[in-house]
Structures are given as C-alpha cells and as structure tokens.
Design a protein around this ligand. Structure first.
Ligand SMILES: Cc1ncc(COP(=O)(O)O)c(C=O)c1O
Length: 489
C-alpha cells in the first residue's frame, strides 16, 4: 500500500450504523430476559403468527435494520424453552448465569484464535483450568475447554487409546483389539466415543449395576482379566461421576484400585455431577477422583454457565499432545513450541473459558459451593415429599440432584398402564408450562425425571412442582383433584 494511495472508506464495511443504540437495545432485551427468569412463568408463550410467517421466508437479498432483526430474534427466544427459568427441571439444564452472558458477549466481540497462541486469552484458559481442577479437587490441571461432555469424553478416550495401543493414531488398530469398561448406565457419549476411536462399540463392556446403580469393582476386575486372557487390550475404564439418568456416582476409589492393579487408564465422566465433589455433603462420594487419569466436567450444566463449555482434565501433561500433536504447513510451531491445537481435538474454538473464569471471579468458589448445596438440598426435599406421599413412587435412592419418580393414581391401579400414564403425564406437564419435566425410563418403568442444577429454583417451589404433577396426573387418570389433600387421587 503506497503512502499516497487514497484510503478506501471503511464505512462501507459491514458496520452497524448506530452501534451504541443497537447495543443499548440488546442490553434492554437481555435485561428483560433476566427479569423474566426471576420468577416462574405461568405458561410458555407460542411464536406469534406474523413472526412464524417471517421464519418461513427465503434468504433475503436486502437486509432490514438491526433493530427489526433483533426484535424478531428476541421474540423467537422468548417463545423458546429456556433452561434458565426457575422451574425448568427437565434433562440437565443450567442456570445460565448472568455473568456468563457478559463473558460470551465480550469474547465473541474479540473472537480470538485459540488454535494458536492467542496472547492474554491463553492465560485465562490456563487459569480457568487450574481453578476448575482445584474447585473439584483434581490435583492436575492439564487439559482443555471443549464443546461438551461428548467431546471431552472423546478427547480423554483418544488419549487413553494412544497410551494403551501406541501408534493407533497413525496405523489404526492394526489387528489389535481394545476394550473400554463402564457401568450399564454410562452416558451414550461413551459408546459414541468408543466408536469414534475405532474400537467398535462391541468392545464397550457395559457392566451391571449394584443396588445404588453403580459399577461393581469386582465385575470390572473380572471383565478386564477376561479381556486380557482373550488378547484384548483394556484401553480405559470410564467411571460415572453422576449418571445422567439417576445421578449415581461409581465407587471411584475402589475402581481406581482395580485400574492401578491392572494398569488401566481411569476416566471419570463427571459431565453432570463432578461439581458436587466441591461440596461438603456430596464430596465424599467422589473420594478417589484424585487418582483418575482424566475427568470430564461440563461447566454448562451444574456450574451454571451457558452452552457450550466443557472441561477435560488430565493427569499427564503430555497425553493430549501424544494423541493430537502435529505440525502442518499452515500451522508452524514457533521455535519448536507446540500450538494449542496440538492438544485439542477441535481447531477453531470459541473462548469458552472466559465465561467460567468470569463466573468464578465474580461469584467466588464459596458462593458456588453454596449454590450446589442448595440444589442438592432441593433434591432431598423432593425425595422427602415423595416418600411420604402414596400418589408417588420413587424409583431409586438419589445420590446427587436427580430424582426419578412416577405418579401412581389410585384410580389407575390395575386399570392404567403406568408407563403410558407417566409418559403422557410428562407431555402434559410440558404442555401446561408451569413446570418443565421430562420422561425417562428406570428399570423398564417410565417415570418423571427431575434434575436440580438451576440455582434459581427456590426451596418453597418444590411443593408446587409436586402439586402440578399431582393435579395433571389426576386429570389424566380421570380422577378428581383436591388441592392440599395428600392422598391418592
Ligand atoms: C454424564 C454425561 N456425560 C456426557 C454428556 C454429554 O454432554 P454434552 O451434551 O455436553 O456433550 C452428558 C449430557 O447430559 C452427561 O450427562
């Protein structure tokens, strides 16, 4: 560019005409959303007809004002199911901490490139890994922020595969066979990861559960020994740090004993449950976590930040590099130093850690422990209410913040198909809109599954949840509903 060349007008570039005004509008929409999360809504509003029609229009050749488009986006989102609402208790949601929105917006504005050296952002990634490891009591902070529990589990298993079957990333399995071990209720992402590792899901050993729905270390030991005898290499044991279905935490210490004795990589899938390791009430369930080779934690679940923000932690600082390290013509190493992408499965990655880092900075670890304890107490309260109530049946002994139960209407005894009744009841609760629950299946029994991970849910709302389910359940069963009566309806 010559010094005298006329400057191209940068105003032609896609820049918003009045940045401050649009930002102020965005702030108003965000503040409105936050206000709407303060209290439960009586129902979920539909998308209005005119907006729904616009959502079917083809790609526009000409744009509209950002205000107009933003207004539509805000209205679409207001008519979408948001896990941030206080009585969203289905699946595994998140609080959607306000501070996470600040982190997401700010980091999107800078859009740093974390595949290579990014400068200051690298320091935040490092510190956030250290903080999350120290929060849950995992003594190593090697690792990465990933797009979710699925990617974190896959990342850990690819590292484990390279350790157990060296050279597998280059030569493939080359006639070798490798197996992974987990409980029968491990998340499906483990199966998917085993498939993606090329091990074949037939080589995933899903071991039977004990009466707390946990893996039995004796069965694990026997399964590993049997594979070794058959010439199959044990690649990794995946222990649950809170199953998705019921929140069961496998006996990590005893599983670590087996892994030590047999020389097998131990991964803890704590995508949902691992934050509970930081609490006094549930922490003891995680004894042995410090002996694991790797662990997954989704900050977008029980640590309250927005999707997607998962963490994979590793004991060995070279394991990720062994699994992913490379040098390409377009990604040269600076003075022999690897790039960040030499330690991650993903290339382009958003600056996810900024959300968690800001959340820890603003709220502090003590507040997080308090929030987690609060949600654990909500589960205990629900269990206490259900246990004393003949209209409900608990389907397991909850360890964390997940409770599976079903409605058993007196009117339906012997007449109703309880599975069909509870499946319909979950849909009826969702259609009603006061509470959001989802159906699940425990031991072939369809039930309602509640997962408390939202820090906004209040203690005094648990009875309301039970009453909504009772009312809708009774209505479905065709029986009369008498508020306040605690009897089978
Ligand atoms: C225990 C467990 N592992 C893995 C996953 C997958 O996580 P993600 O949806 O973040 O990929 C989940 C999701 O609920 C989970 O509960």
């Amino acid at each position: 560019m010559s010094a005298n060349a006329p400057l191209e007008p940068r105003e032609d570039r896609p820049r918003l005409a009045d940045r401050e005004a649009v930002l102020a509008l965005l702030c108003r929409y965000i503040a409105e959303a936050w206000r709407s999360f303060d209290e439960p809504r009586p129902e979920e509003p539909p998308v209005d007809v005119a907006l729904a029609a616009r959502l079917r229009e083809p790609l526009p050749e000409e744009g509209v004002t950002p205000e107009e488009a933003l207004d539509d986006a805000a209205r679409v989102l207001d008519a979408s199911v948001s896990p941030s609402r206080p009585l969203y208790l289905g699946y595994i949601g998140s609080t959607g901490l306000e501070v996470g929105v600040l982190g997401a917006a700010l980091s999107a504005a800078y859009d740093v490139n974390l595949a290579v050296t990014a400068g200051g952002a690298d320091l935040v990634e490092r510190q956030a890994l250290e903080w999350v490891a120290s929060f849950v009591g995992f003594p190593h902070s090697f690792g990465a922020f990933t797009s979710g529990g699925m990617t974190s589990n896959l990342t850990a298993l690819l590292a484990a595969r390279e350790r157990a079957l060296p050279g597998a990333r280059l030569r493939g399995l080359d006639g070798r066979r490798g197996a992974v071990y987990c409980s029968d209720e491990a998340h499906h992402s483990i199966m998917r990861a085993v498939e993606a590792c090329g091990l074949g899901s037939d080589h995933l050993r899903r071991l039977p559960l004990d009466d707390l729905r946990r893996m039995r270390p004796g069965d694990l030991d026997a399964a590993i020994a049997a594979d070794r005898r058959a010439g199959v290499t044990p690649v990794a044991v995946v222990a649950n740090g809170g199953t998705t279905l019921t929140g069961a935490v496998d006996p990590l210490d005893q599983i670590a004993d087996v892994c030590d004795r047999r020389g097998v990589w131990l991964h803890v899938d704590g995508a949902y449950g691992l934050p509970a390791a930081a609490t006094a009430s549930a922490g003891p369930l995680f004894a042995g976590l410090e002996r694991a080779d790797s662990a997954t934690l989704d900050a977008h679940k029980w640590l309250g930040v927005q999707k997607a923000c998962s963490v994979v932690l590793l004991r060995d600082g070279t394991a990720l590099q062994d699994a992913f390290g490379h040098e390409e013509r377009y990604l040269l190493h600076r003075e022999g130093e690897p790039n960040a992408v030499d330690r991650t499965l993903e290339y382009s990655r958003p600056f996810r850690s900024a959300r968690l880092w800001l959340a820890f900075r603003v709220h502090g670890a003590a507040a997080f422990r308090g929030y987690l304890d609060h949600t654990l107490a909500l589960a205990r309260r629900l269990v206490a209410l259900l246990q004393d109530d003949p209209a409900f049946e608990l389907l397991h002994r909850p360890q964390l913040s997940t409770v599976c139960f079903r409605h058993v209407p007196r009117a339906g005894l012997g007449l109703l198909d309880l599975n069909a009744h509870n499946r319909e009841l979950a849909l009826a609760v969702q259609a009603d809109g006061r509470v959001y629950l989802a159906a699940a299946v425990v031991d072939e029994q369809v039930c309602l599954r509640v997962c408390f991970v939202n820090f906004r849910t209040r203690d005094d709302e648990i009875e309301h949840v039970v009453e909504v389910v009772r009312e809708l359940g009774a209505r479905l069963a065709g029986a009369s509903y008498h508020p306040g009566e605690q009897q089978r309806t």
